[in-house]
Design a protein around this ligand. Structure first.
Ligand SMILES: Cc1cc2nc3c(=O)[nH]c(=O)nc-3n(C[C@H](O)[C@H](O)[C@H](O)COP(=O)(O)O)c2cc1C
Ligand code: SF4
Ligand code: SF4
Length: 293
């Protein structure tokens, strides 16, 4: 259905800001008056940029409501505070045995939805697991499926097929990183130590349709905002590289989580109140930074 964009010409002051921010070129200035051009049905993606910038609230995009556009504070975020917050975040692998309140989880979710999105409308979906029964079951499924996978990989024909299906890069990641890690995690599981989910009391799965544009990037951006938000709320969190492939490859596990077959999990963030506190920040740098002359 086509999104209707309307201008209230009585209140519009002709500043032209809306036409500057609309990436779809739907709003055009004509002699200090803004016009809505004839645009294709799919064109307006309801990004809301025009409504967010208009000083006189003169634009109405169907489906969006000014009541939900909260005024932004004048003062911008202080870089020193931001750097202090980011540098004090660490991945947490030991959690207190207490639940995370849903109102706190909801704040993490709200912040994660504020990340940049490649190709609107939003296509990231979230599943939140915060009940012991489901968390325990996921852990058992993860151990069971990785053990099965390690067994299968002993079969040379299975190896050849996996390489064909996964492609050279993914196969290398599987054999050189995921499988060796899974071996360690499964050995720990046999000794009663959970280093797959670290007994985190809450797990967020960021998923979406496999065919959706930018879905991998969008899930990762949302998840990285979530990890920062979690930290700001006193939670510790850690990504799992071991759970998504298991869920994506096993339809029964996927269905238990309520994830449709046509979707994949792209990022998985485990969180809870941390049982450890770090005393020092770790120096972190990119491998290489170079300004081109
Ligand atoms: C894609 C991805 C997958 C990860 N998977 C795991 C994992 O399965 N197990 C784990 O202990 N840590 C995992 N991590 C956490 C990293 O090991 C962690 O970010 C790294 O140790 C850096 O530590 P820091 O977050 O404290 O800076 C993962 C991180 C990313 C980005
Ligand atoms: S909602 Fe976005 S795409 Fe639609 S008119 Fe406004 S700025 Fe343009
Ligand atoms: S931003 Fe608002 S006031 Fe400015 S030209 Fe567009 S509709 Fe008119």
């Amino acid at each position: 259905m086509k999104t209707i964009v309307e201008i209230n010409q009585k209140t519009c002051i002709g500043c032209g800001l809306c036409s500057k921010v609309c990436s779809k070129k739907i709003l055009k200035m004509n002699h200090k008056k803004v016009e809505v051009v004839d645009y294709p049905d799919w064109s307006c993606c309801q990004c809301g940029l025009c409504m967010a910038v208009c000083p006189t609230q003169s634009i109405q995009v169907n489906g969006l409501n000014y009541n939900e556009f909260v005024a932004l504070p004048e003062n911008k975020l202080d870089y020193k505070i931001l750097e202090k917050m980011l540098s004090s975040r660490r991945s947490i692998r030991s959690f207190r045995d207490s639940n995370v309140e849903r109102e706190v989880l909801n704040k993490v979710i709200r912040a994660s939805a504020m990340s940049p999105i490649g190709a609107l409308p939003a296509n990231v979906q979230l599943i939140v697991m915060d009940r012991k029964k489901e968390l325990d079951e996921l852990y058992k499924d993860t151990v069971r499926c990785w053990k099965k996978m390690m067994q299968s990989m002993k079969n040379p024909i299975y190896k050849i097929i996996s390489k064909r299906v996964a492609g050279a890069n993914q196969y290398h990641a599987l054999t050189h990183h995921a499988l060796p890690s899974a071996r360690i995690c499964c050995k720990s599981a046999d000794k009663g130590k959970n280093i797959f989910t670290f007994n985190a009391p809450a797990i967020m799965f960021f998923h979406g349709k496999k065919i959706s544009v930018c879905i991998t990037e969008n899930c990762w951006l949302a998840a990285s905002y979530a990890t920062i938000a979690a930290h700001s709320l006193g939670l510790g969190s850690i990504f799992s590289g071991m759970i998504p492939p298991i869920v994506n490859m096993n339809k029964d596990v996927k269905r238990k989580l309520g994830i449709p077959d046509e979707n994949n999990i792209y990022s998985c963030l485990m969180m809870g109140y941390p049982a450890v506190e770090f005393k020092r920040k770790i120096p972190r740098k990119h491998k290489n930074v170079m300004y081109l002359k």
